[in-house]
Design a protein around this ligand. Structure first.
Ligand SMILES: Nc1ncnc2c1ncn2[C@@H]1O[C@H](COP(=O)(O)OP(=O)(O)O)[C@@H](O)[C@H]1O
Ligand SMILES: Cc1cn([C@H]2C[C@H](O)[C@@H](COP(=O)(O)O)O2)c(=O)[nH]c1=O
Length: 225
């Protein structure tokens, strides 16, 4: 029976890599599918992994209708066994509802991938609807790590080395950028996200440049805004 599955987690935990692997394995067995993405860092209509692999994909604009996209493919004589949907946090709630309908009424397997929450720890609309509707929500096996060694569970936005907690929900970016003024992201454990202690702040607070404060008491709480 077809399912709507949501692979969810922080940035940099291997979601796009898994999306490419699932597509590869399906194709290797003669199954045919459609690949979708939205606002991938590598550019329009590309699904890219930090491991260096990428593939072309359909760019999901706000007016794309998944039901219509599948019908169009079938009408043109194509087959659609599955959909791979990356960066699904950016999809609209209506689009996630269309995905559920594609599963239930067309029997097409839909696997979606996306970050759960934004830099303020608030759910993205697409992720919220996927959590509400998915048959299964899966956490990836590969652990992205906080600088302290704990499993990373949250995404921090960093500008010029400083963690920020205000701004637009959507700003495309990567987990490391050397360019000044450019938004970058760092994955953190909850403790360090709540303390607003990214790796740069931890380094500044450590007694020597080589020692990060693994002792939580050594991490000062930032002043309340
Ligand atoms: N040079 C590398 N060698 C081995 N693994 C790497 C390398 N660079 C990135 N990775 C792996 O790729 C993962 C990120 O994969 P990606 O699919 O781009 O993540 P996501 O889509 O979740 O943001 C990292 O967690 C790490 O395991
Ligand atoms: C936390 C957060 C992230 N984003 C953007 C940054 C990236 O372009 C994508 C996530 O991509 P990945 O393949 O999972 O690394 O989301 C954002 O726009 N807003 C945020 O708060």
């Amino acid at each position: 029976m077809a399912e709507l599955v949501f692979f969810s987690g922080t940035m940099d935990c291997g979601k796009s890599t898994l999306a490419l692997q699932i597509d590869h394995n399906q194709r290797a067995r003669g199954r045919e599918g459609l690949i979708f993405t939205k606002l991938d860092r590598a550019g329009e209509s590309v699904l890219s992994s930090r491991l260096g692999l990428e593939t072309t994909a359909v760019e999901v604009g706000d007016d794309l209708d998944f039901w219509d996209a599948v019908v169009e493919q079938l009408t043109a004589g194509g087959r659609v066994d599955y959909l791979i949907c990356d960066e699904a946090q950016f999809y609209t709630t209506r689009q996630v509802e269309q995905l559920a309908r594609v599963v239930d009424e067309m029997g097409v397997e839909v696997t979606a991938f996306g970050i759960t929450a934004d830099f303020r720890t608030e759910l993205f609309p697409g992720s919220r609807r996927l959590i509400e509707l998915a048959d299964r929500v899966e956490v990836l096996q590969v652990e992205a790590l906080c600088w302290c060694g704990r499993r990373a569970t949250h995404n921090a936005r960093v500008v010029d080395g400083v963690m920020v907690v205000e701004g637009e929900q959507v700003v495309v970016g990567d987990t490391a950028s050397a360019r000044a003024g450019v938004v970058e992201y760092e994955v953190l454990c909850r403790r360090h996200h709540m303390r607003r202690m990214n790796s740069r702040a931890a380094l500044a607070a450590s007694p020597t440049p080589d020692t990060l404060p693994f002792d939580l008491d050594a991490c000062p709480l930032p002043p309340r805004p």
